[in-house]
Design a protein around this ligand. Structure first.
Ligand code: PLP
Length: 379
């Protein structure tokens, strides 16, 4: 069994810790433990500081599951806590890995979507989120890829890295299509509910869909490593419980209490991400307009990332944005090369993680784009 290199995490791990302006991260403004505890009442703070550092329950702490159930408007039994949405993906792909089976995933996409099934011997079939199509997630293309061996269809909306979203009616149609054929429909919603265009609903309302989500992206407290699954099917839930008991036993008790506080105070936590993302996206729109001769883009409809491409420069750069990203690091700007998402002519730009520093970061990035395009004209 082979796991392909995780290009994105290798790139981030190499540069992220020393770079002046991180525009590669897909998260939002950061929070400290103190910030989160300040949102809680005295009793919860006391509970946090005095809880026993023991194993939690494999399904997750009751009170955390209750908070998620209330937010997602589902019965508490439907909630399975996991160590990030990453662990949910391991469990789902593991359970899908039957001989001859295939899974349908987006391209470009978060590498884990392809790396896990490939390593497990599953056939991966990719639907394209193409710039020629306005980054549309096309349900017809997805349906055409499905056959009697399809175990799972994965939708990621808002989509990493493009910020594309799928409409509620399109998701409902896919839900009916998959339910009729006994295919599992998985909705990765880690960027929900951060939107810049139409608002879309969580698939938790759909009885045959499986939702995976987390506190890493929209909530932007990745350090708690809390993810969850919403599953209405009791048999599947039992399988996830068993998988997670083997994989990681339980989440940390510390992370679970902080997570519960953030979810109960979600107006403040999600509100901060949305506010920063909205403000910074406006600044990014201006930069993209100013540099439209060099950079192309389709503004994101949701989430905290955009996926621009180079429209001018030497031919090599148009096909592969890695040298552009490499040169940007020398000016203190970290972007994520598109080859990390199997789309080498693009790069990902995160606009919420730099918080209030984003304006300065864009000034630097704009100067870099200018000097880079001048250099390209002369070569
Ligand atoms: C679309 C998507 N799903 C899932 C994950 C996994 O995140 P985590 O394990 O922090 O929940 C990521 C992380 O980048 C992601 O972008």
């Amino acid at each position: 069994m082979q796991l392909k290199p995780f290009l994105l995490d290798a790139w981030l791990d190499h540069y992220e810790h020393d770079i002046e302006f991180n525009l590669a991260a897909s998260t939002g403004p950061t929070w400290t433990v103190n910030d989160i505890l300040a949102l809680a009442d005295d009793e919860t703070r006391h509970r946090f500081l005095n809880h026993n550092l023991v194993y939690s329950r494999p399904a997750g702490a009751n009170s955390l599951r209750e908070a998620i159930a209330e937010m997602q408007r589902v019965p508490v039994e439907a909630v399975q806590i996991v160590t990030g949405a990453s662990e949910a993906l391991v469990a789902l792909m593991w359970l899908a890995a039957e001989p001859g089976a295939n899974v349908i995933i987006p391209l470009p996409g978060f590498t884990t979507f392809s790396a896990l099934p490939e390593s497990l011997g599953l056939e991966t079939r990719c639907y394209r989120v193409r710039r020629e199509n306005g980054f549309r997630i096309d349900p017809d293309e997805i349906k055409r890829l499905a056959d009697s061996k399809t175990k799972l269809i994965l939708i990621n909306s808002p989509h990493n890295p493009t910020g594309a979203t799928i409409g509620d009616d399109e998701m409902e149609a896919l839900h009916d299509f998959t339910a009729d054929r006994g295919i599992q429909l998985v909705s990765d919603e880690v960027y929900h509910p951060i939107y810049h265009g139409r608002q879309t609903k969580s698939a938790a309302r759909l009885p045959h869909a499986t939702v995976i989500s987390d506190l890493s992206k929209a909530f932007s407290i990745a350090g708690v490593r809390t993810g969850w699954m919403i599953e209405h099917d009791a048999q599947r839930r039992q399988q996830y419980w068993t998988a997670r008991a083997y994989f990681s036993i339980s989440n940390t008790t510390t992370g679970e209490i902080l997570s519960e506080i953030a979810i109960r105070k979600r107006e403040a936590v999600l509100g901060k991400t949305q506010e920063v993302a909205t403000r910074n996206l406006k600044l990014l729109e201006r930069l993209m307009a100013d540099h439209r001769d060099v950079l192309g883009w389709i503004p994101p409809q949701g989430g905290m990332t955009a996926f621009p491409w180079l429209v001018s420069g030497e031919l090599l750069s148009l096909e592969n944005a890695r040298p552009f990203c490499q040169a940007a690091t020398e000016c203190g700007i970290l972007l994520a090369p598109g080859d990390c998402f199997d789309a080498p002519s693009h790069f990902r730009l995160g606009f919420a993680a730099a918080g209030d520093n984003f304006s300065k970061a864009l000034d630097r990035f704009g100067a870099f784009v200018k000097s880079w395009s001048a250099r390209m004209v002369t070569v």
